[in-house]
Design a protein around this ligand. Sequence first.
Ligand code: ARG
Length: 600
Amino acid sequence: PPAEGKRQLSAAAAADAIHAGSIKQRLAAAFQQSLDAAFPSMAGEPAIVVPCGNPKFGDYQCNNAMALHGKMKGKPDAPKNPRAVAEALLANLPETGMVAETSLAGPGFINIRISPEWLAQHITSMMRDGISTWVPAGYAGRRVVVDFSSPNVAKEMHVGHLRSTIIGDTIARTLEFAGADVKRLNHIGDWGTQFGMLIQYIAEKRPEGLNAASDEDVADLQVLYRAAKLRFDEEEDFKTRAREAVTELQGGRPEYLQAWQRICDASRREFQKLYDRLDVTLEERGESFYNPMLKPVVDDLMERGVAELSDGAKCVFVEGGQNPLIVQKTDGGFGYASTDMAAIKHRIHEEKADWIIYVTDAGQAPHFDLVFAGAAKAGYLPADRTVRIDHVGFGLVLGEDGKKFKSRSGDVVRLVELLDEAKKRITATVKERRPDATDEEVEEAAAAMGYGAVKYADLKNHRTTNYRFSYDDMLSQQGNTAVYQLYAHARIASIVRKSGRDMAQVAASSSVVLGHEKEVALGLQIARFSDAVDDALSELLPHRLTEYLYDLSAAFNQFYVECQVNGSPEEDSRLLLSEATALIMRTCFQLLGIRVLYRI
Ligand code: ARG
């Protein structure tokens, strides 16, 4: 019967799961099998495996016993206490080769010690077959839209957009590493009422009108924006003419469209300078892209009764929402929410996304809550939850004084200048530490460290917290900074280089052996890399990666203090461990968007 076939298939899949993905995922799969076998009435209850709270007792722990015991009370197969549940879980645990020993603690925690032999083998294989064999399970082949950066044309690109760019890029890079098919979309604000004001301002500045407009008019968009805004706020007549200009633009009048295009091009060139420094790639798909879809979407929502008229506006009322989602304003205009409804539909139906991630400041959470609820009501988001959707919100960037971040002159900060300043400040340090370096090497190191420092300082905080922007802190050679990490990596690279050995050959002919206690600790930390990647993705928290990297550097330092590498009897194994550490560090840098340095 088909049901039987299905069960066999899933048993085979379950057996595979034990040998794929991160250590935590493998252990969870093993405990899942044991749970399903030991307590058939509870089959499907997810197995919970986490790193052990106290490393004295184990490396990981399984926490299911207490809750399972509670849920099974009164059932025929109910065990008498949580400890009995834990014992049954252990008795049914399939052979994985990973577990050296287990112990029971407290009322029913299961502590697990990973086998050093298994770890050694695991690292040896990775050094032969590559880091791509270490991706966590569950991400390969998924189609993910990451909507990030998304500044507004001709408006200030502020530090919030810098955060979105940095966090979004790391999420996209990490998903790509894990095998997902990622679409990086820049949802720039390139359509809206601000264009009427700008175009009208340019038109009136030139006696010959818009036809004579040139790139000169858009050379400094911030200046243009401020001047236009001033007139807009102060002159009633200008305001009226600016509104008319919006109508002309939306009506598609050629010289208006041309001026709009000119402004967008100038803006794009500005944004690109930042993306180049940050090594960020993005596909521009601004709000204007969805313009033709807005009316059909709203009509469809009205026809199906998803949206309704309220005070002349077309609104989607969602359960529990204080305000409705306004998809068309009383004056007939479409706004931010209209575009996001059209965009979400397009991303699910046309882009075939099964995961959509929006990276903006936390202040936009109410907007996205409404859009997601509206999209669910409209049926764009399937009811069976096959499409995952996340708003990745983040906190503010503050100045060193803890107040709003601004430049010395009190103006908003130009982001390119901010990156260049970080690079400039670290240049002296680079020259001091390596007086022999060529100009090119200094330039390369300063760019990697300066830009990397800004990114790292942003990513290392839990993204929802506000953080202070301090050049001194982020460029420090001590502590959890990019500069420290880049030095740490270069030091390991130099240990390996000094051996004079060809590491591919060492990996092919020798194996890792974990004997010394610090070797075991380092081996475990190296192998936890895939856990860190999974943690960063499952909760969309990039700081899990920097935290991991910091712990890895510390584990290496402790190893290196006690274990001689070059010239020791254990040289091959220890070189492999060193090179594995360096490789994982480089992979973390890649995920964090930080350029690697081998010599500094
Ligand atoms: N342009 C918006 C802003 O600067 C961010 C857009 C985010 N993406 C979206 N689909 N709404 O606030």
